[in-house]
Design a protein around this ligand. Structure first.
Ligand code: KG4
Ligand code: ZN
Length: 363
């Protein structure tokens, strides 16, 4: 069911601690436009606990989602009957929130007779760059958020090969845990980055996990433990110590992450040939030092670095709507029995591909 007219898709995101809804328009040439993008962060609700509390998140999504969807429709100037599709993130994520989002999407789809698209949240991150730039497949994605750290070969809509993943903590989670042990506010990433700017990255020789391995996996728990041990030894660390701990932690993160991405790009090249871009997404992609390192890696690999604008890098409804629109354009719609999923590997339905879908730049 290829479409030769533009489509309007509502996207709903509730897998973690952002309640979000957006409307996106997709043109037949593959270009996209955001008509509305409403995000309500629950950071204030979770901050006292130093991390996301699933029960609080689920209740907040249930309280907020109706109003957020209504606002997204108002901002877009549309009624539900004008939509071509309704997409929701059906996982992976905290199951209470996923149920709220997917059930809401099903209700809207059922009442208005609109196709439902159950989107994998990771797939939405993977396809987001194509919403704002003309990027053809295949490309290499580095996704680093509070819940995920992966290197993925994005070969086509629905065709992904995971080249690397974390064996323990996600990178954002490691930033958050280091922040917590140093009494910095939640979420910790931006605070660790800020404090690190005034610190000495060479004072503590923290481990560089996985360095030099041919696979493209990550591990951060040993590094995190090393920071904790040093902080305990200094107890209580003074502001200078905290700055040096943050700077030394970030230096270790930079070195190991750069090494892992280089390994991922090599695996990509060996299996799929040259990548059209290195794409970074997820909250950690906001980190300036990491961005600079990525820029350097991309230049050395003779490819382009693409980082979607910050509001599209972190969790939002537009990325779900866009993934829904990309799937809808290929006739990939779901039925009302689509299940909410706490776990959902991005590449679980991808066989080793023999060719790339849709490699032509589309707009
Ligand atoms: O993608 P995101 O907004 O939400 C999900 O986790 O899904 O990512 C949030 C994560 C948090 O762990 C946060 O500490 C981290 O991204 N983060 C950063 C920075 N800004 C956000 N980590 C390092 N440096 C930053 N500047
Ligand atoms: Zn995410």
């Amino acid at each position: 069911m290829a479409r030769d007219h533009s489509t309007l898709v509502l996207g709903i995101e509730t897998t973690c601690d952002e309640t979000a809804a957006a409307v996106v328009e997709r043109q037949p040439d593959g270009s996209g436009r955001i008509l509305s993008n409403v995000v309500r962060s629950q950071i204030d609700e979770h901050a006292p606990f130093g991390g996301v509390v699933p029960e609080i998140a689920a209740r907040a999504h249930a309280d907020l989602l109706d109003g957020i969807v209504a606002q997204a429709m108002r901002d877009a100037g549309l009624g539900f009957s004008q939509l071509s599709g309704v997409a929701a993130a059906a996982g992976p994520g905290l199951i209470g929130g996923v149920i709220v989002g997917l059930t809401t999407a099903k209700a809207i789809a059922m009442v208005h007779g609109t196709p439902l698209i159950a989107v994998n949240h990771l797939e939405a991150h993977a396809l987001t760059p194509r919403l704002t730039v003309a990027l053809a497949f295949p490309y290499c994605l580095f996704l680093a958020s509070g819940g995920h750290t992966q290197i993925v070969a994005v070969l086509g809509v629905g065709h992904y090969v995971r080249l690397g993943t974390t064996l323990d903590d996600a990178l954002g989670e490691a930033f958050d845990k280091v922040a917590k042990m140093l009494d910095l506010p939640y979420p910790g990433g931006p605070h660790v980055e800020r404090v690190a700017m005034g610190g000495d990255p060479a004072r503590f020789a923290f481990p560089r996990p996985m360095l030099g391995r041919p696979d493209a996996n990550f591990s951060f728990s040993g590094l995190k433990t090393a920071v904790r041990n040093e902080a305990n030894r200094l107890a209580p660390p003074d502001p200078r110590d905290i700055a040096d701990l943050c700077a030394s932690f970030q230096a270790a993160v930079l070195e190991t992450t750069a090494d892992r991405i280089r390994a991922g790009l090599k695996l990509f090249r060996d299996q799929f040939g040259p990548t059209r871009a290195l794409v970074a997404a997820g909250g950690v992609a906001a980190n300036l030092a990491i961005r600079n390192a990525l820029q350097d890696i991309a230049a050395r690999a003779q490819t382009t670095l693409i980082i979607p604008p910050p509001q599209l890098c972190t969790d939002n409804g537009a990325m779900i709507a866009w993934a829904g629109a990309e799937r809808l354009a290929l006739g990939m719609v779901d039925t009302m029995d689509a299940a909410p999923r706490a776990r959902w590997k991005l590449d679980e339905n991808t066989q080793t591909p023999t060719k790339f879908i849709n490699t032509r730049a589309q707009h």
